[in-house]
Write a protein that binds this ligand. Structure first.
Ligand code: ADP
Length: 495
């Protein structure tokens, strides 16, 4: 059964959530961004690829130009050969860039290496643009303005000084054809009869003025954009500083909560042990009514203890464990089957059927923490059981693998999650109204814990739900090639 509620995929960077649709929800921890004072190497690398892709579009535009020139739709003296030469040059250079980017640029490439490739790309483009500007009559067309796009990009990719040098290179490349035409080094090209062109190139003053004016435009453009980009980079830097500070404060706060909560646990455990002593008649037989009250107090204490345990678990995940933990190859199939077996026992007590569709599934290894993965699936399966209706409830646990990913889905036919709450259920202590009235025992922390565990594993979690029909929680992991021979539990490495 697939639920009717629409599915959406929203990507989340760091710990933020973007919800595209309220009926379902996607928490993706796979793409955590890291900050660098300047544009990061990771971003630079992605820019290299973007730049290469954009060039294929430029080549397409040149092909369109060649077609226009060949068909003669425009009354201009266009030569398809010029476009063909440009296309050939750009295609060869772009193939070289993409080969270098694929084979030599990896996670370990330095900023310098990436910037060098970007620089070569820009210089290659300047050569092509310079030729095309000349072929299309120089000042007769606005081709030279395309240099501006490179100046803008240079302020993002490089330091201010380097981007200024690139702006100068752009200016020289844009002006050279005109200067050479004026000096008679190359023949004058015109696509509109040549009157205006020959007037300009025959006079040194006008040519010089044109070159100067285009330089002024280029440098003003460079100055404005580099000012904006520097102030944006500075803002980003300041924001990152505040962000780190907030993380530090939050960590300290969580640690003090952890300490305070820990201190509550011991007296509560002592109270419970005294209650059990009373209940079990070690202080003399209690009247039936008093015994019932003691049992109720015991149940309440149990609930509080479960909440305290959840808070401690969550704080541990957020402060201590994440930085210290080592992930090892874990057989996900084994973890899931184990949790389904345990869930089946809980389900039995509520008369909810728990069906394991992962039985006979081959082992699938992921890099993970055995104990945390157990907690993750325990939380999802328990929720599925407790938010089902007694006697008619059904929980299905299934797995699906592709070449690189494995997903585990926990599906129930329970109360479902109201559309307006779907994007809040991973928040600490959040419980939807229908959940509170259906089941009083929850702490509102199970999914917060699940979210942290998903984060630790670089995985993602997706929710699809419809009130009255049920919910599906799907967790998606990357499969690892590595396998452990004897044990896949890896408990020893969990901190
Ligand atoms: P709780 O202890 O309340 O279950 P969780 O953090 O595990 O806390 O879940 C948060 C909220 O998400 C629940 O209170 C409920 O509103 C909703 N929820 C989680 N799982 C389900 C489910 N399988 N079916 C319906 N609602 C769910």
């Amino acid at each position: 059964m697939r639920l009717g509620g629409e599915i959406f995929h929203a990507h989340c960077l760091e710990r933020s959530i973007v919800a595209e649709d309220k009926h379902s929800f996607f928490y993706d921890w796979g793409s955590v961004t890291t900050y660098a004072p300047d544009i990061s190497s990771q971003e630079l690398r992605s820019r290299v690829k973007w730049f290469i892709n954009m060039r294929w579009f430029a080549i397409l535009a040149c092909a369109a130009g060649a077609l226009i020139a060949a068909t003669g739709i425009i009354p201009a003296n266009l030569d398809p050969l010029d476009f063909a030469v440009t296309i050939a040059f750009l295609t060869i250079t772009n193939l070289i860039y993409s080969m270098i980017s694929r084979n030599f640029l990896g996670d370990k490439s330095s900023r310098r290496e990436i910037q060098t490739l970007l620089l070569w790309q820009m210089l290659g483009d300047f050569t092509a643009l310079s030729f095309l500007t000349y072929a299309l009559g120089g000042i007769e067309t606005p081709m030279a303005t395309l240099f501006m796009a490179h100046i803008i990009l240079a302020t993002l990719f490089f330091t201010r000084r380097r981007s200024l040098l690139i702006a100068a290179a752009a200016w020289i490349s844009a002006s050279l054809p005109m200067m050479f035409e004026w000096a008679g080094i190359i023949p004058m090209r015109s696509i509109f009869g040549g009157q205006f062109k020959s007037m300009v190139t025959s006079s040194f003053e006008i040519t010089f003025l044109f070159v100067l004016a285009s330089g002024a435009v280029f440098f003003v453009c460079w100055y404005l954009v580099s000012e904006i980009s520097s102030s944006l980079k500075l803002r980003e830097h300041q924001l990152e500083g505040s962000h780190q500070m907030l993380i530090k404060i939050d960590k300290e706060k969580t640690q003090s909560t952890l300490l305070a909560t820990h201190e509550l646990k011991a007296p509560l455990a002592a109270i419970m042990s005294q209650l059990f002593t009373l209940r079990d008649g070690y202080c003399g037989a209690l009247p039936e009514k008093a015994r019932a009250v003691v049992i109720r107090i015991g149940e309440r204490c149990n609930n509080i203890l479960a909440k305290i345990t959840d808070i401690i678990h969550l704080s541990n995940l957020r402060t201590l464990v994440v930085t210290d933990m080592r992930l090892v190859p874990v057989d996900l199939t084994a973890v899931v089957s184990e949790e389904v077996r345990e869930g089946a026992l809980i389900g039995k007590a509520r008369n909810v059927e728990v069906i394991d569709l992962t039985e006979n599934y081959l082992p699938v290894f992921i890099m993970g923490s055995y104990s945390h993965l157990k907690t993750l699936f325990s939380n999802l399966i328990r929720n599925a059981i407790f938010y089902c209706h007694e006697n008619t409830g059904r929980v299905l646990v299934s797995m699906e693998t592709s070449a690189k990913k494995v997903s585990v889905a926990v599906q129930d036919n329970g109360i479902g999650i109201p559309a307006e709450n779907v994007d809040r259920i991973f928040n600490d202590f959040f419980r939807s109204k229908n959940a509170v009235s259906h089941y009083t025992g929850g702490s509102g922390l199970g999914l917060s814990i699940a979210k942290e565990i998903v984060f630790i594993h670089g995985a993602s979690i997706k929710v699809e739900s419809e009130v009255g029909r049920g919910s599906i929680f799907t967790v998606i992991f990357d499969i690892t090639e590595a396998k452990q021979e004897k044990t896949n539990h890896g408990e020893h490495t969990d901190s």
